[in-house]
Design a protein around this ligand. Structure first.
Ligand SMILES: [Mn+2]
Length: 317
């Protein structure tokens, strides 16, 4: 927690903060950035969240607060990156961040490069939101309530799949319990995150699961989606994110792969069961992430991406 005391000092020493999430923001990213924003405002600081409103996935709109968004050309004296493992993951302001004197990073990726001046990287935290909780409740002494609590809880619930992934610790659940005690709308948040789909989302599951192939004696399962399919249905990539865990959930599968072809790039999401560390596989191809969930983007066609990732998985399976 030493590093969180440095974040506390960083907050005390500055007045006007840019809070920056990662590209393709997920629940942990959006919830953590908002949690930080509510906290900084409670402390009487100026702060803005540098995530474009249109990049916030549909299923996270329920916690989004339009008044947190930074205006174009706005100046900041300090920058806080959240849930970003490297400088290349920053969704916006990457040039300003690189040039700035006062930068901090709060993250839980084991692969974090320590790219900010002040780094609070806690790999044992199941979510960046869990670290935001400790920072608020234990270090700064602000009890998260109301919208702030909902945002942090959403972050934790998102990255733990509802407290069910192996990254969930007793401390994670204590943070969750404390947020519940302070009035978080847990059932509503779970319903929004995991139990609400559009008809289009349900329909596209069939198209995507029909691409399923099995490899290495059923230990690896691969599915894919293309931008052409999504365009034909007038859907966005984040609307199929909920399918990412599906290949891994097949009995006997140790690594599940979801390929998303977009233009001349393929984004690869890896999920593992109990044995394989997919963050290593991702890192060997220039990506990153966690032991059980990682990703890479390759500049190539779909077939080539599939072949490349299968070769890499074959080495460790
Ligand atoms: Mn995260």
């Amino acid at each position: 927690m030493m590093s969180l005391n440095e974040i506390k000092k960083f907050i005390e020493d500055n007045d006007n903060f840019a809070i920056i999430g990662h590209a393709n923001p997920d629940g942990d990213c959006v919830g953590s950035c908002l949690g930080m924003w509510y906290m900084l405002r409670k402390l009487g600081k100026c702060a803005d969240v540098c995530i474009n409103s249109e990049d916030v996935p549909h299923h996270l709109k329920f916690i989004w607060n339009n008044s947190c968004s930074a205006k174009d050309g706005q100046q900041f004296d300090a920058y806080i990156a959240i849930d970003c493992a490297g400088a290349d993951r920053l969704s916006t302001k990457s040039e300003e961040f690189a040039a700035a004197e006062r930068t901090a990073c709060i993250d839980h990726h084991r692969t974090n490069t320590g790219f900010a001046k002040v780094n609070a990287v806690i790999p044992d935290a199941a979510a960046a939101g869990e670290i935001i909780y400790y920072l608020a409740a234990d270090i700064i002494g602000i009890t998260p309530i109301g919208e702030m609590a909902d945002a942090i809880y959403t972050a934790i619930v998102s990255d733990t799949g509802g407290f069910k992934y192996s990254s969930t610790t007793a401390r994670t659940m204590r943070a969750g319990a404390s947020l519940l005690e302070n009035g978080v709308e847990s059932a509503l948040i779970f319903k929004n995150l995991f139990d609400t789909y559009t008809k289009k989302q349900i329909d596209i599951v069939g198209d995507i699961t029909s691409t399923l192939t099995m490899h290495f004696n059923g230990k690896v399962a691969v599915i894919y989606v293309t931008d052409e399919l999504l365009e034909s249905k007038n859907m966005r990539f984040d609307e199929v994110d909920f399918i990412t865990n599906l290949p891994r959930s097949i009995e006997g599968v140790e690594v599940g792969v979801f390929l998303k072809k977009r233009g001349d790039e393929v984004k690869i999401s890896l999920r593992s069961g109990e044995s394989v560390d997919v963050s290593q596989i991702a890192a060997s191809l220039g990506g990153g992430g966690h032991m059980r969930a990682a990703g890479i983007t390759l500049k190539c066609c779909l077939d080539e991406a599939k072949e490349t990732i299968l070769k890499e998985i074959e080495k460790v399976i």
